[in-house]
Design a protein around this ligand. Structure first.
Ligand SMILES: NC(=O)c1ccc[n+]([C@@H]2O[C@H](COP(=O)([O-])OP(=O)(O)OC[C@H]3O[C@@H](n4cnc5c(N)ncnc54)[C@H](O)[C@@H]3O)[C@@H](O)[C@H]2O)c1
Ligand SMILES: O=C(O)CC[C@@H](O)C(=O)O
Length: 529
């Protein structure tokens, strides 16, 4: 196997380069390449992995060219610089490092708050300019003041903890914050309106979504206490910058500290130059410790995925641990092959897919297995599909996908049954993995079989009448088609029967036509796995 190749296109810590090298991955470190989108588009096709921070924009246009790319790793939290739907459609896993820079970013928010309270940057500039303006800078204490935290996840809760240590009262608005968690953190869970009305300082720690965009706008600011100070170290766009600028000018807002802006890099902004505004160029995560953390983490995660299939912190696929990956692997293969078996036999639109997991397999990562079934099922019809893109495509096509999980009801320790409902019929197929790790077909349409998936197979449905097997075998023999394995099964004597044959090499069309012409044969199909 040739070593996977990874491009680092942003300024990641060198620690990442070393990890990739140590894991046997070819790594190309071009820390400024992310800013040159044409160059990135030109070379992205050469890589299996792309490691980025925020300067690289992995747009649909660039991903179009990423024909080898399997994983994008964001050394950080926000993945708003990656077009996730485009990556998913191309089957590219997108992963981030959700905790590596949380403390550092929380510390930046606290630093911003204290700097605002005492106007440190302006006082510094004035002092160093030789002015000694002792009367100009009158700060406020933060002790006993109320801090309103909007978004109390990883970073918001660290900010809350530090603020409590500074003897502030902390109130938090976060629809996903449970009362128990709020109690554990020592914060008061409140509504957004309460934050606006009660807070002396407001700090934002949510992602930018349709719901959070301009969560602080002119109307919100109007409800706030006069003299409120606002800190945004989360994402540009959470605060309406024009509305805030007006409120700073009027004095209703006493200060604002921003690390993130609606447009970045922010070389000009309506907030620049206003009284008591502190700005930093998206430095929230910029400490040696955080950058080392996220670089190490992203490199390990990407290496794990490229080398073992283990998935951690993926935005668009369920996680699979390094322990789970080897156990899951044969079942992923089984799931994909069951899907492929049904997909190759399906000629009309699929309306519903039911996947039943029985026994030990029911305890595994069902979401990953279902994705594998769907990718096997859809690939014969839709081509370039993989486990990442298949669930999205199935949904787009209006397919209902049901997963059923139950204890073992058959002789098998693990059994996966796939039932595909089309506009015309329902077809089901079951499989298991034996101790040898090889996936087996054990049931087709209620007929028991015991067949491995050969790379080239012929599947025949026929009436169980004498003479068929001999004629079928002779047709193959006459055409010099060598039979590797031969599996037969039937419902009842004289009823529906099937033959599943593995052959050496592809099935010649003229042989398939002759088999189809046999009087007992209902359907014949060449299958490849
Ligand atoms: N400035 C930087 O350099 C920097 C560094 C790291 C992270 N960030 C950003 O900080 C933000 C927070 O990161 P995190 O790791 O704490 O994320 P997180 O997912 O742990 O927390 C986000 C919280 O926001 C809450 N939330 C979602 N919608 C909300 C809404 N409408 N109202 C209130 N709360 C809502 C969620 O429930 C969650 O608890 C992200 O936007 C991230 O990109 C910035
Ligand atoms: O990489 C950076 O410097 C910014 C990171 C930050 O915005 C994040 O979302 O993790």
């Amino acid at each position: 196997m040739t070593a996977p190749k990874v491009l680092i296109s942003d300024a990641l810590s060198e620690a990442a380069v070393q990890i990739f090298k140590d894991r046997g991955i070819d790594v190309d470190f071009q820390p400024n390449l992310g800013k040159d989108k044409d160059k990135l588009a030109e070379i992205i096709g050469n890589y299996d992995g792309l490691a980025i921070r925020s300067a690289t924009k992995a747009t649909a246009k660039i991903l179009e060219k990423a024909n080898r790319l399997k994983v994008i790793g964001r050394a950080g939290i926000g993945v708003d610089n990656v077009e996730i739907p485009a990556a998913t459609a191309k089957g590219i896993i997108v992963m981030n490092t959700p905790f590596g820079n949380s403390i550092t970013t929380a510390e930046h928010a606290i630093t911003m708050m204290l700097s605002l309270a005492r106007e440190i940057p302006a006082a510094d500039a004035s002092t160093q300019a030789g002015k000694w303006e002792k009367n100009r800078f009158m700060g406020v204490e933060i002790t006993a003041k109320t801090l309103g935290v909007i978004g109390c996840g990883n970073i918001g809760s660290i900010v809350a903890d530090r603020a409590l240590g500074l003897k502030m009262k902390v109130i938090a608005f976060d629809p996903f914050l449970s009362p128990e968690r709020a109690k554990d953190l020592g914060v008061e869970k409140v509504e957004l309106e309460d934050i606006f009305k009660r807070a002396d300082f407001i700090t934002l720690h949510t992602p930018l979504t349709d719901k959070t965009k301009n969560i602080i706008d002119a109307a919100a600011i109007a409800k706030m206490k006069k003299g409120v100070r606002i800190i945004n170290c989360a994402r540009g766009g959470l605060v309406d910058e024009n509305a805030l600028a007006e409120a700073l000018k009027s004095g209703h807002v006493a200060g604002a500290a921003f690390d993130v802006f609606s447009e970045e890099p922010a070389t000009k902004n309506v907030l620049f130059g206003l009284p008591n505004v502190i700005c930093t160029p998206h430095l929230g995560a910029s400490t040696t410790e955080a950058q080392e953390n996220v670089a190490l983490q992203v490199a390990e995660q990407m290496s794990d995925y490229l080398l073992t299939g283990a998935i951690t912190n993926a935005i668009n696929f369920p996680s699979i641990t390094a322990e789970e990956a080897p156990k899951l692997k044969p079942f992923i293969e089984l799931a994909e092959k069951l899907g492929s078996f049904a997909g190759q036999l399906t000629e009309t639109g699929i309306t519903k897919v039911t996947i039943t997991y029985e026994g030990e397999v029911a305890e595994m990562k069902i979401k990953a297995l279902t994705s594998a079934v769907l990718s096997g099922l859809l690939r014969p019809m839709l081509g370039d599909i993989n486990v990442v893109s298949a669930p999205v495509i199935a949904k787009e096509r209006g397919m209902v996908v049901d997963e059923v999980v139950r204890a073992a009801e058959s002789d098998y320790e693990s059994l996966i049954t796939l039932t595909v409902t089309t506009e015309k019929q329902e077809r089901s197929v079951s499989g298991t993995v034996y101790a040898d790790g090889k996936p087996r077909l054990v049931d087709i349409k209620g007929i028991r079989v015991d067949a491995e998936f050969g790379s080239s197979m012929i599947y025949v449905t026929n009436e169980d009448k004498p003479g068929f097997i001999g004629k079928f075998a002779s047709l193959l023999g006459d055409a010099k088609v060598n039979i590797a394995t031969f599996n037969l099964g039937r419902h009842t004597e004289g009823g529906d029967a099937i033959a599943l044959v593995t052959i050496d090499g592809p099935a010649p069309t003229e042989v398939l036509e002759k088999v189809q012409a046999l009087p007992q044969v209902k359907q014949v199909k060449a299958l490849t796995f």
